[in-house]
Design a protein around this ligand. Sequence first.
Ligand code: G3P
Length: 219
Amino acid sequence: MRIFLDTANVDEIRQAAKLGVVSGVTTNPSLAAKEGIGTQGGYKKAVLEIAEIVDGPVSVEVVSLEPEAMIEEGWGIAQWHTNVVVKLPSTPAGFQAMAHLSKEGVKINQTLCFSVNQALLGAQAGAVYVSPFVGRLDDEGHDGMALVADIAEIFKKHGISTQVLAASIRHPLHCVMAARAGAHVATIPFKVLTQMTHHPLTDVGLAKFTQDWQKVSKK
Ligand code: G3P
């Protein structure tokens, strides 16, 4: 399972990229707004900077709601950089835009996916990735990870090539469960990535190795 970073914060992406474990980035309008990135060319500038840091897919979401406007906006976004993946919502307008843009060779990330049926439609519309939102389903008392597992199993059964991208990941256990459920990718906040690097026994073990080595290193 590949790891993408779910953020529009360029500093976080820069730090994470140094680890050499992140192979893509996903953004959305809320994440961009959190960084104060607006529409006056700010989103594009940030995405181009991200694409310089991470040599992999960078998902950028459309904000239009009508199919024609989504197609126009998605097409424009796709021209920003070869690594840009256009994020479209799991709505009738979104599916229409996915079908149109995927035929034009635009790579699509189907976002806001909350059911197997939506995932099946996105796959038919040519989405390269489908993003089930795990944490948001959990928030509503549903089993978000069961949706990831269902989509992964059904896609495998039918030879569907759309990749399952577990999104709305809230903690490190979500990441383990996404891998177990067969997700191809998990997109995670920087905080979760940092948490994944830590284990108290690693710290204790390293301190002991260092301490023991110091006893003999000067002999
Ligand atoms: O990229 C979309 C997704 O990961 C959002 O996560 O935490 O806002 O539900 P969250």
